[in-house]
Unconditional design. Structure first.
Length: 383
């Protein structure tokens, strides 16, 4: 949707966006909305810098409101190893001019009223980070793109790409064919089977993660940073008077699993319907929450959902033209951090689509080519 918006901005209005269900029905509806600069790879930090500039001025760019709260991201660590991991990228942040600081228990207690700090070694705080609302942002991009003249079609599924002499020249849908000079797959966890119809192997697969909400109210926590326990993976952030919690997965023996151990043998698309949250997750969140925060001593979970991360083997997206298949582009596989980078990746893929090369940032490392050559330019970053 953001790509459609930026195409419209560039005056390209002969654009059609095809959505198999309703806009936002994929991973976007399920996200926590975190927006952070605190990555370990330079390109991720730079994407966050470009994106955050846009998030801050979303309303003036799209004429729609988006509740971007720049209240920061706070990682807290209980162990010396955790502190060492948090400290490791500090020189990168300094070099790129990102406002991130190592913080001690006293500062943590001031940032988050009611947090338990006696078991903490310290943490890392990024004041320029924050959180937004993915479906609101999507609606803003959609409204602006529609006004620019982009055509949005819901409840139509692309069944296959149409190729001619190795070039992608359109898409076959359950409502007829669409011919196009260029086709962008921004199809999240559903990308692999669709790309396969043009003979392109895309290593993206779904990986379930869950979120819970406690209605509160938590009056003193309405503008706290998004907090992440480094060791356990518990996240929480305010959403109005409520608090939202994201958590790692739990294995059958109760161990924490932050990401998939390895890619699956085949890359399949998920079902469209949503899955239940495993019941043991609620007791885990309640216990972890009560342990960390005095206001969470008696949490009442009022909502919960599971949704799919769209994983790639190096937990980084595939963004760019597909070498060897002219006419085909991909922006998918954001591996659990696609919302925050949306305005950046959308602008960059538009530069590739219209100018032949992204210029705002060099995104050659995000090309699908890395999975063909075995080159691994990134560190894995699932939280
Ligand atoms: C629990 C959870 C927490 C998260 N937290 C964060 C966070 O804090 N910060 C962050 O930045 N990110 C977060 N994410 C990740 C983020 O939500 C995703 O990276 C992002 O929403 C991906 O957007 P997308 O548009 O690429 O994919 P999607 O939202 O999945 O959109 C792809 C769309 O393509 C459509 N489609 C697919 N195939 C076809 C077809 N053949 N024909 C027509 N339409 C098709 C789908 O229906 C879908 O609507 C989280 C994700 C989850 C699950």
């Amino acid at each position: 949707m953001a790509t459609a918006f930026f195409l419209g901005e560039r005056g390209e209005t002969d654009v059609v966006l095809v959505e198999q269900s309703w806009l936002g029905s994929g991973t976007t509806k399920g996200g926590l909305g975190g927006i952070r600069h605190q990555f370990v790879d330079e390109l991720d930090v730079r994407l966050s810098q470009v994106a955050t500039e846009f998030w801050r001025d979303f309303e003036s760019f799209t004429s729609s409101a988006h509740d971007f709260e720049q209240n920061g991201y706070l990682f807290v660590a209980e162990t010396a190893d955790g502190m060492a991991a948090l400290r490791a990228p500090m020189p990168l942040y300094e070099r790129l001019g990102v406002e991130v600081e190592m913080v001690g228990p006293q500062r943590i207690a001031r940032l988050v009223p009611g947090i338990r700090t006696d078991d903490l070694k310290g943490g890392r705080f990024g004041a320029r980070d924050g959180y937004g609302v993915p479906v609101d942002a999507l609606a803003g991009f959609a409204a602006a793109a529609a006004l620019e003249g982009v055509r949005l079609v819901e409840h139509v599924r692309v069944d296959a790409l149409i190729t001619e002499n190795g070039r992608v020249i359109g898409a076959r849908t359950n409502d007829g064919e669409i011919r196009a000079d260029r086709v962008l797959l921004a199809t999240g966890a559903w990308t692999a089977p669709l790309a396969a119809t043009a003979g392109v192997r895309v290593p993206i697969w779904p990986y379930r993660r869950s979120i819970m909400e406690a209605a509160g109210p938590f009056p003193k926590l309405a503008s706290i940073p998004l907090v992440i326990e480094w060791e356990s993976g518990l996240h929480f952030r305010p959403k109005g008077a409520a608090q939202r919690f994201a958590m790692p997965n739990l294995t059958a023996d109760g161990a924490i699993e932050k990401g998939p151990a390895a890619p699956p043998p085949s890359f399949d698309a998920p079902a469209l319907d949503s899955a239940d949250v495993p019941p043991q997750f609620e007791s885990w969140v309640k216990a972890r929450g009560a342990r960390r925060m005095e206001p969470f001593a008696h949490l009442k979970i009022t909502d919960r959902w599971s949704c799919n991360y769209e994983m790639t083997p190096d937990e980084h997206p595939i963004v760019g033209a597909v070498p060897g298949t002219p006419g085909l582009y991909i922006a998918a596989g954001f591996s659990g951090h696609g919302f925050m980078h949306t305005p950046a990746t959308a602008q960059l893929i538009v530069e590739e689509l219209l100018d032949g090369k992204a210029t705002t940032l060099d995104i050659a490392d995000l090309s699908i080519e890395r999975f063909r050559t075995g080159r691994r330019p990134f560190t894995t970053t699932v939280l």
